[in-house]
Design a protein around this ligand. Sequence first.
Ligand SMILES: Cc1cc2nc3c(=O)[nH]c(=O)nc-3n(C[C@H](O)[C@H](O)[C@H](O)COP(=O)(O)OP(=O)(O)OC[C@H]3O[C@@H](n4cnc5c(N)ncnc54)[C@H](O)[C@@H]3O)c2cc1C
Length: 236
Amino acid sequence: MDGNNNPIVNLISKPDNMLKTIYTACRTCYSADYPINIYNSDADEEKMLKLINRVISSGHYSTIEHIQVSFTIANVSRACTHQLVRHRLMSFSQKSQRYVKEKGQFDYLIPPTIEKDEKLKAKFADFMGKISNVYQEFVDSGIPAEDARAVLPNACATSLVASLNLREMIHLANLRLCTRAQYEIRTMVKMMCDELIKEEPWLKDYLVPKCVASGFCDEDKSCGRMPKLQDLIKQD
Ligand SMILES: Cc1cc2nc3c(=O)[nH]c(=O)nc-3n(C[C@H](O)[C@H](O)[C@H](O)COP(=O)(O)OP(=O)(O)OC[C@H]3O[C@@H](n4cnc5c(N)ncnc54)[C@H](O)[C@@H]3O)c2cc1C
């Protein structure tokens, strides 16, 4: 752990030929030429992006499913990863609480709303200490880790490798960058997006909250960033 309360997110794998692969997928749909000739053509970045943007905007999403990216993620809570693993088109390998026994005080994440209050923060830390003692007592008396973990909290730190294709990445960003998403998963997904945008700047227009992608908000409680869908319909 790096001793702070932030997720540690790193992009560890993405194809070097991302644009070319998507471009080939897009052009193949509209060309009489062999896909390999399209791949080997010398289309420049501007030309490739023009076609790719047009095809994605028209909802032809299979073309971006060919791109797989992987992240390592650490220093996040089990509460956060419980939400992440709801994304069914992602692949995960997560630190096991069955095979990895906690030794001494387990690592945990303190929600910022609690952390900013010194008294509540101390109470939180004290409670984590008590849980750790009970967990340790169970393990020391021979209870297997897979059962002793029943007392561990949502705040427990975890780590995982997460992989997904570009279509799912955009979907993940659309849902989890929304201000209605819980702060920790929002922070973590923002870091995933930033890592990928560093390598592929053209993705910055796609890795956005759903309201930015659609131009309206469909949430009950809106943050006000975009007009509510119902209000737009009423105006018509
Ligand atoms: C702000 C927020 C609050 C939430 N609150 C709750 C909550 O209170 N309780 C709760 O249980 N969950 C909650 N969720 C989780 C939510 O219901 C989804 O499970 C989660 O966001 C994954 O989204 P998804 O199903 O669109 O995406 P993915 O599982 O990533 O799937 C991507 C897309 O593939 C398609 N797809 C995947 N599987 C199927 C399928 N079986 N059938 C048809 N189409 C499929 C859908 O088009 C889907 O959008 C919340 C999510 C958000 C963002």
